[in-house]
Design a protein around this ligand. Sequence first.
Ligand code: C5P
Length: 412
Amino acid sequence: MQHVTQDLSGKHILLGLTGGIACYKSAELCRLFIKAGATVQVVMTEAAEQFITPVTMQALSGRPVYGSQWDAREPNAMPHINLSREADAIVLAPASADFIARLVQGRSDELLSLLCLARPADRVPLLLAPAMNREMWSHPATQRNLMQVAADGAHVLGVGSGWQACGETGDGRMLEPAQLLDDVTAFFQPKLLAGQHVLVTAGPTFEALDPIRGITNHSSGKMGFSIARAARDAGAEVTLVAGPVHLPTPRGVARIDVTSAAEMLDATLMAAPRATVFIATAAVADWRPAAHSAHKIKKDGSGQPPVLHFVENTDILLTVAQSARAQSGKLFCVGFAAESENLVEHAKAKRERKGIPLLVGNIGPLTFGQDDNALLLVDANGLRELPRAPKLALARELVTEIAARLPGWSAR
Ligand code: C5P
């Protein structure tokens, strides 16, 4: 089973390297682009070749690297035209301070700047991953140049902060290859949820019995985190209320960590008044211990097990779905149902019971902790199956389904 989402499948990326020590990360970035399904053509400046060899980049990309506008391999002697026209995007990583300044001036005395200038700007986007020392980064000249390249149509990606090769600490590091892959992938996603604010609950809850033990479940949070990422990539502002899971926060997503169902309810109700879409993927505990023991519940030697009492947790989805905001059509609510059998009947019944426009069913034991899943969408018009696929691919499909239902949607 293929777990890597081939998000860049069919895309041809021109990866441009300019002079900076971050070039060593571009080798990994090239690999990640290819693993995500892209083809990659590397172009290097003379300065970049001081930091990493064209041989390395050729071996990783599987294509000869270009470095000169006088390259005789192109029959028409115009590599700047040919290379820029066959690309779906030009990604400059690292983009040095000097190279950005050259872009601002429209310089074109070497191949990479020449092909950036020659690119058909309306269909070949230019993405920049700046990398430089913190003083160079914060210099007014650099900041002025960054604003100008953005105004000229380039898409400037962020920079990292932290230890720099020069020994100083601050802003200006190139983003890590995995972060750049996420940003470039997001760039290509259609902005179906632009202007929307999506609120997602994800993961399990943990209901403490005493300071040591508690009740939880096998939810990994992967589906909810994938949905948060897909919604963000689709242009939404995203708030993710996460139970106790060990997953990295998707880029650009505001995360609120909670432990218990009561905390998840509070965090959700705080965020809901600004949300336009609520997706409840969390596996919330139905019950919590009626009392929380301040100290560990010990064996007393009698052989008698302790008697535990439980109270029911508030249904977060039901509470939000019954709010005035949802009822008046300003908040589109999506529920999840994890079942172990009779998925269709249970999912239909659950949608009715929760009073929501869309419910997504899945088989619990086949999804918890897995990287892939299969979904069953239930709405007022019937059923739709999304066959087994990586969770991120399913999340993107779900986002498309939700976006299609938003215009004109109003509650009963
Ligand atoms: O009723 P059941 O727990 O099966 O419903 C599952 C759906 O309801 C999921 O979307 C889940 O996130 C949500 N839910 C909730 N709060 C609860 C229980 C379930 O939001 N206390």
